[in-house]
Design a protein around this ligand. Structure first.
Ligand code: SAM
Length: 243
């Protein structure tokens, strides 16, 4: 079955955006995945097509109405039922490769893009939306977050990326204990006085693999101590099992 994404948005013209280009765009045209949009405003109930209202309790900004968003969700699910509803929000769990992999191996997703101050909490709960953040910063709308999430999912779909090996080796690919990837080099062997590490030119596959592993571990330890700390209990457990 084709992996099917639907974006619920006030700005459908933002899709497919960059996903209409390169590998994801080709895969879209080849029917390896499908992308629909639902215009939230089409489900407004008044003649002014209002989708938002002032926050209960006061404060700045506007909030998207639950009845309008709910009707838009219904329409999206009618296009393809059984897909998880994902609300992109800074309040959500951080998107990581494990969640990307989980979504990419499912039937697809309905991506709810907030605007203004976001959605009324009741529709998030009533629809059982999964709340997902793309980072600890605030965007002006959920659309760039949805595109980012889709990009990460689509490249994992069968037949979308050329080299399966590169998806397996890259940063975060080991789901239990992710490592950042090792650095890459190509030709020329010397550029502006900087040389490619000798081992990469040696043709010695085991030595190359060892060097890459060491580089990946060093980069993770140095740049992402949070990821490195997640590896430690596993390393201790693995050592315990081995002894
Ligand atoms: N008032 C919200 C808050 O402080 O959490 C921010 C609302 S933001 C201006 C408007 C919309 O952008 C949100 O409803 C959400 O859909 C999207 N958005 C903003 N930052 C995001 C992030 N880091 N991850 C995912 N979606 C985000």
């Amino acid at each position: 079955m084709t992996w099917h994404a639907t974006a619920l948005t006030l700005f459908p013209e933002m899709f497919p955006g960059s996903l209409g280009l390169s590998l994801a765009g080709r895969a879209l045209r080849e029917g390896r995945w499908r992308l629909d949009t639902v215009q939230i405003r089409d489900f407004a109930v008044d003649k002014h097509r209002t989708v938002d209202d002032t926050p209960c309790g006061g404060g700045a900004g506007m909030v998207l109405r639950p009845d309008v968003v709910d009707a838009a969700c219904e329409a999206a699910l009618a296009q393809g039922p059984g897909r998880p509803l994902v609300y992109l929000t800074p309040r959500g769990r951080l998107l990581d490769q494990a969640l990307v992999r989980e979504l990419a191996t499912g039937p697809g997703a309905v991506l709810v893009c907030g605007r203004y101050e976001g959605l009324d909490q009741r529709v998030i709960e009533a629809r059982g939306m999964r709340e997902v953040s793309v980072g600890d910063y605030v965007l002006s709308g959920g659309e760039p977050a949805a595109l980012l999430m889709l990009d990460a999912c689509v490249r994992l779909l069968p037949g979308v990326m050329g080299g399966v090996d590169s998806a397996e080796e890259e940063s975060f690919s080991a789901s239990e204990a992710p490592l950042l990837e090792y650095p890459h080099y190509t030709k020329p062997a010397e550029w502006l006085g900087r040389t490619v590490p000798e081992v990469l030119l040696s043709g010695h596959h085991a030595a190359v693999a060892r060097w890459r592993r060491e580089q990946a571990e060093a980069a993770t330890r140095e740049r992402r101590p949070d990821l490195w700390a997640r590896r430690e209990p596993q390393r201790i457990a693995a050592a315990g099992l081995a002894s």
